[in-house]
Write a new protein. Sequence first.
Length: 699
Amino acid sequence: MDRRNFFKILSTVSAGAAATSCGHNTSDALIPLLVSDREIIPGEQEFHPAVCTGCGAGCGTLVRVMRGERTVTRNGEKVREAIAAIKKIEGNPLDPISGGRLCARGQAQVQSLYHPDRLQGPMRRTGSRGAAQFAAATWDEVIGSLAEKLGKADKSKVLFLTSAAASSRLLAIQRFLDAIGAPPPAACMLGNLTLEQQAAESTFGWKGVPVYDLGQARSVVSIGADFLGTWASPVFYGRQYGHFRQGRPDLRGRLVHAESRMSLTAVNADEWVPLQPGQELPFTLALARLLLEHNLAKDEKAVPREVLEGMREADLHLPGVEEKRLRRIARELAESPAPLVIAGTSIGHSNSFQALRAAHFINLMLGNIGQPGGVLPPAPLLTERPLNGNLTEAIGQAQVVLLDSANPAYLQSGSVQALNKAEFVASFGSFLDDSAAYADILLPVHHPLESAMAVAPSVSARGNITVSMPFVKPLYDTRSIEETLTALTNKMSVMFEAPTPKSFVEPHLSADQTWEQVVRQGGLWPLDNADTRLPKPDAALDAAPASFSGDASQYPFHFQPYLSVQYFDGSGANLPWLQELPDPVSSAMFGIPVEIDTQTAAQLGVVNGDAVRVESPHGSLEAPAYVHPAAVPGVLSMAIGMGHTHFGRYASNRGANPLSILGPSFGATRVRLSKVTNAEAQLIQFSLQDREEGAFGHR
Ligand code: SF4
């Protein structure tokens, strides 16, 4: 859809477009809202701007709404009710992040709205913790009991875990905690770019996530950042990559990608450099040394002297990467008129922070900071973003735990025990998941598509806020988190005013902009000019190698879980649309296999689909094997998503959770592998043959 048509169809219909029709006895459920258009009586369609909350990227969306029906029970009788039903979600063409595109998880948001397992109202626990037995309660009841617990609690021991992006919602949580005298919220999600922010701040003094101007670059080396898969802002970088490759006449950018698994970015690169896990830092330092040795560093003085000295001593002998190849990559990069190094932590290690900083130092040497095709400073933060920490430890010390769509029991299995012991747990999520099963009360929030919100995208150089105002009536007896927090503070007699999307945006409006315009187009952009001052880094670089949990003699393999394109950190696992989506690399559907290299598989007599056991010092799991022709020898990889104890009818007790066998440091665990002879495994792949025929030079 182009901009002109977008403006033509932009709806002026206000929120709450629901109307009640006459009743009929029928057993229809909400799922019929997802039937194909051919089966629907033609009617008027409307398009409304909204925002995707599938990850922190904050893509602006465009939502197609038509008349629909649902069946509800009133006074014991089933009646059909006309509602404004959401049929499809696409990207908002005006939005600078999505630019009219969306990833599969963004499109699947509509299925989570109409999901049959959504919590339909407040509940209180009736069974033991973890048994997931709840009974309906009133809002007065649940708010009264939480207000009482918060009132009596030591406020320093109130822990609010959230997965919210920088947004009006996060600001509401921050203000609420401040009002009751509790510490700020803590992040509870994977892929929230904690190390990326810390590395940018310590190297450049920037607050936020640096932006790579990939679309204008000519030669790019990306290290550990699966930017086309799940890292940072996949739709934004996917669009940039399209421009980098095909958007400039007679100019095709060249990408070398270094990572310890063949990710979606590795598949699309001109050249993939398969690294051993934790080798991102030595690889980056070796590149830096070669730039210095060959006098290819344009701006050596931008890097502190002690850092340069360390780089000159970097080891050029990397396992599996020939020195000749390293020299060529360094030369190609530096001789380009627009060179760029992108660094990320798709798989984190104990030395990832230093690897990110080393890459920033290379960009400084290449003189590309603040330049077209280089590294751009992030837009000013609109609200402080919580960073990841040790969830188990934090929950263990808390008296009252509040969960805002946060699932610590899935992300860190140690936190199950801590949740079990907490004095009081309240969950605001839309589903009964692994952690909500341990809650004392459930206070379900509106679905994002039923909510008002303003979101600041995690990756943005020019600054923008994506805005969504409700255009469908909430399906159930849910509340916005702002409303619940306001009710809590009223009960506690504490002064608190929840921010609204309007109050979040208004300070940034220029004289010729209005709130109504922002709502109509779905956001405000750009807010501010980016800061392009050259940074003055002063911290030293630590080249210590990555450390791994587990004795190499007993646990000979590296194990690396990664965010999946379908389920991300597991939060999308309950959606059938995502379950039936083939993984773009392995083509596995409805389940997640362990990726094993061909040599290891041959030694153990494992073939595709065999059940294997992966054991670490911290636990074990069983899953089907996928003998991956491009897996790095000695490295087992597994996508995150399956293995939930509680997550509704489609995701509970399906498959294994790779996070459950990790050591304290994500992605840095050694394991052993064995074939399970007396168990059945199921590996469903969309396409098999072509994946067995590839030739991969690194073996
Ligand atoms: S990248 Fe995908 S999941 Fe993340 S905000 Fe954009 S559309 Fe949603």
